[in-house]
Design a protein around this ligand. Structure first.
Ligand SMILES: C[S@@+](CC[C@H](N)C(=O)[O-])C[C@H]1O[C@@H](n2cnc3c(N)ncnc32)[C@H](O)[C@@H]1O
Length: 225
């Protein structure tokens, strides 16, 4: 097998996974057809609405926005949608797909922080289908960064596949079949609900809520004033 970048070399890993639009779509959510992509975006929007809510005055920031799967349905509902991603290829595809939306800003980030986003400037930060590709320390770094960039009363949402669910355990077992030398750097690492809850609490979020009614853990919290 040819030499692979380390998992934490996110820019290298994800630039290589998004060299064509088809590859990018497949690695984002496993579907290529636009209608299917939009349907999954609506599903994620439903979870956001039921946890953090999206209001028309809100500045909303997504960490790891991919090709704007979720941004396409969130941006029309808020004041500004900021899509951040480590891969320039992903951001170019988002720019094309969302070109008719006037309130979209795209930011290429290092993969470890939101350093170009100013403190207390955002109302909602969310990060979906990204934590499974990150090292645990980088998950927590993003939770800390979310706390920093949120305004008082700002809301955060993060998710991962739940290791403690039957579906999450199946993913774990399937991936155990890879020999250590052949594990792809972006291979899914699930989270326990306790891991995600701990990050939100340790970062300072209040009113931490966990949803575990399917194979996912979905967590939200508020930055108390
Ligand atoms: C599976 S895709 C999900 C994209 C999008 N959140 C969605 O749900 O459609 C993972 C995305 O996270 C991005 N990503 C990976 N590592 C990252 C990191 N360390 N920081 C920011 N983005 C990252 C990838 O480039 C990719 O666009």
């Amino acid at each position: 097998m040819e030499h692979q970048p380390a998992r934490s070399e996110y820019k290298k890993v994800w630039s290589a996974l998004s060299t064509t639009e088809e590859q990018a779509r497949l690695h984002v959510i496993g579907v290529t057809e636009e209608a299917a992509l939009e349907a999954t975006g609506q599903e994620t929007l439903k979870f956001l609405q039921e946890s953090v809510g999206i209001g028309k005055e809100d500045v909303v920031l997504e960490i790891g926005c991919g090709i704007g799967r979720v941004g396409k349905v969130v941006a029309p509902l808020c004041q500004k949608w900021i899509g951040c991603d480590v891969a320039a290829n992903m951001l170019s595809l988002t720019a094309q797909r969302l070109k008719d939306l006037p309130n979209v800003e795209l930011v290429e980030i290092s993969g470890y922080n939101l350093s170009s986003v100013v403190d207390a400037s955002v109302d909602v930060v969310y990060c979906t289908v990204v934590f499974m590709h990150l090292e645990p320390w980088d998950r927590y770094n993003y939770v800390l960064e979310a706390f920093r960039v949120l305004r008082p009363n700002g809301r955060v949402y993060v998710d991962n596949i739940n290791l403690c669910s039957d579906g999450g355990w199946k993913v774990f077992e399937d991936h155990r079949a890879f020999s250590p030398a052949n594990r792809p750097p972006h291979i899914t690492h699930n989270s326990t609900p306790q891991e995600i809850e701990t990050y939100l609490r340790r970062a300072g979020f209040s009113d931490v809520q966990l949803r575990t009614d399917d194979d996912w853990v979905r967590a939200s919290g508020i930055k108390a004033p």
